[in-house]
Design a protein around this ligand. Structure first.
Ligand SMILES: *[C@@H]1O[C@H](CO)[C@@H](O)[C@H](O)[C@H]1NC(C)=O
Ligand SMILES: *[C@@H]1O[C@H](CO)[C@@H](O)[C@H](O)[C@H]1NC(C)=O
Ligand SMILES: *[C@@H]1O[C@H](CO)[C@@H](O)[C@H](O)[C@H]1NC(C)=O
Ligand SMILES: *[C@@H]1O[C@H](CO)[C@@H](O)[C@H](O)[C@H]1NC(C)=O
Ligand SMILES: *[C@@H]1O[C@H](CO)[C@@H](O)[C@H](O)[C@H]1NC(C)=O
Ligand SMILES: *[C@@H]1O[C@H](CO)[C@@H](O)[C@H](O)[C@H]1NC(C)=O
Ligand SMILES: *[C@@H]1O[C@H](CO)[C@@H](O)[C@H](O)[C@H]1NC(C)=O
Ligand SMILES: *[C@@H]1O[C@H](CO)[C@@H](O)[C@H](O)[C@H]1NC(C)=O
Ligand SMILES: CC(=O)N[C@H]1CO[C@H](CO)[C@@H](O)[C@@H]1O
Length: 282
């Protein structure tokens, strides 16, 4: 089964598709993907840096870079896992054994993680470089809004705060056996625990988020769309929720305009995925 995830911090979209039928090759899995928002805080003052959807050309058409973490499995074994950058209709493999893509980045630097640490990909220069000197196997990565610090989730389900330009890590003891991590715009840390339930890390320890339906699907968490100032974003099936640092939650109801945006993004994203498959097949 494929699970696709796209969370666009600059747009009101975060979508998940399972078993998308528009994709070819059965043995190709696209685990998760991400859209790089060039500069969400400056999207009105900047030149066409494309953090705002363009209704005529489609949101992925301009100079924006979309990242796709793609896993190929054959008979249940992973044979390849890499991160690709899609820009202006072209796909480029940028990181082998890549697992993690930050869901937002200041400026044009997107943070990526693989089995030997943290990398930065600059979407303007299209260059990849190692960040800091850590060598953890990174499966989740998220950047603070108010500082240069970040959080990583490692393959053994431990969460670390990374400071001093990627040279120092501190274990977050409150986040026990995390499956996924996310920050909100106020830099509160959330995670999905071993029981598939979301928690928020507070000064008084981890608190279980209340008010969510109990369902078997693993929810997705991410930074919320930029227009949501407080709280993080959670998708359970196709229903979005906002989860708050006080451990409460509420469903988010899409307006008609947002529904259109959502569908448009979903279509644009599927187009990118089939282009990726076509280009890689050549
Ligand atoms: C945006 O504008 C700034 C100065 O106004 C310029 O330095 C930069 O190259 C421009 N970026 C793009 C992508 O056009
Ligand atoms: C931004 O896009 C508009 C409309 O497409 C165009 O008129 C304008 O010249 C562009 N500005 C820059 C700096 O590229
Ligand atoms: C895309 O980037 C190129 C080169 O940096 C620039 O010439 C072009 O105007 C940009 N297009 C848009 C739509 O921003
Ligand atoms: C795009 O949106 C603008 C206003 O946001 C509108 O004036 C324009 O007609 C729209 N263009 C298309 C092709 O829908
Ligand atoms: C936004 O623009 C302002 C001024 O142009 C700049 O000081 C600031 O660093 C920019 N923010 C980001 C996140 O790039
Ligand atoms: C990384 O660099 C820092 C500062 O130079 C040093 O204290 C630390 O031991 C290094 N860590 C590793 C894992 O090499
Ligand atoms: C990020 O932090 C700045 C202050 O450093 C704040 O002004 C801004 O609103 C925050 N971004 C969002 C989307 O909340
Ligand atoms: C929790 O925080 C949200 C958002 O700030 C607020 O609307 C809600 O009333 C708070 N709930 C409690 C029980 O404090
Ligand atoms: C949101 C959603 O789909 N909730 C489902 C969770 O599971 C229960 C029972 O299995 C369903 O009745 C709900 O519809």
């Amino acid at each position: 089964m494929r699970v696709l995830l796209v969370c666009l911090a600059g747009l009101l979209v975060c979508l998940q598709t399972a078993d998308s039928h528009s994709l070819p090759q059965k043995d190709y899995d696209t685990d998760s993907s991400n859209h790089d928002i060039t500069n969400p805080l400056n999207d009105t003052s900047g030149n066409n840096s494309s953090s705002v959807p363009d209704n005529s050309s489609g949101i992925f058409d301009s100079n924006a870079t979309t990242f796709i973490a793609r896993t190929i499995t054959r008979r249940g074994n992973k044979v390849d896992k890499s991160i690709y950058a899609y820009k202006n209709g072209k796909v480029k493999k940028i990181l082998e054994d890549g697992n993690a893509i930050s869901d937002w980045s200041p400026k044009s630097r997107t943070f990526l993680g693989n089995k030997d640490g943290i990398y930065i990909y600059d979407t303007e220069t299209e260059k990849l470089e190692k960040y800091g000197n850590l060598s953890d196997n990174v499966i989740g990565i998220t950047i603070e809004n108010h500082s240069d610090d970040l959080y990583i989730l490692t393959e053994d389900h431990v969460v670390y705060k990374i400071t001093e330009e990627g040279t120092k890590k501190v274990k977050i003891n409150e986040a026990e056996h995390a499956e996924k991590i996310a920050l909100d715009w106020d830099d509160n840390l959330y995670y999905i625990g071993a029981n598939d339930h979301p928690y928020v890390v507070t000064s008084a320890g981890a608190k279980k988020i209340e008010g969510l339906p109990v369902n078997s699907t693993i929810p997705l968490i991410s930074r919320p769309p930029i227009k949501i100032k407080h709280g993080a974003w959670l998708m359970s099936l196709k229903q979005p929720y906002i989860i708050y640092p006080n451990a409460t939650s509420e469903p988010y109801v899409f307006s008609d305009q947002e529904k259109l945006e959502y569908m448009k993004t979903e279509r644009a994203f599927e187009t990118i995925l089939s282009q990726l498959e076509n280009q890689l097949a050549e």
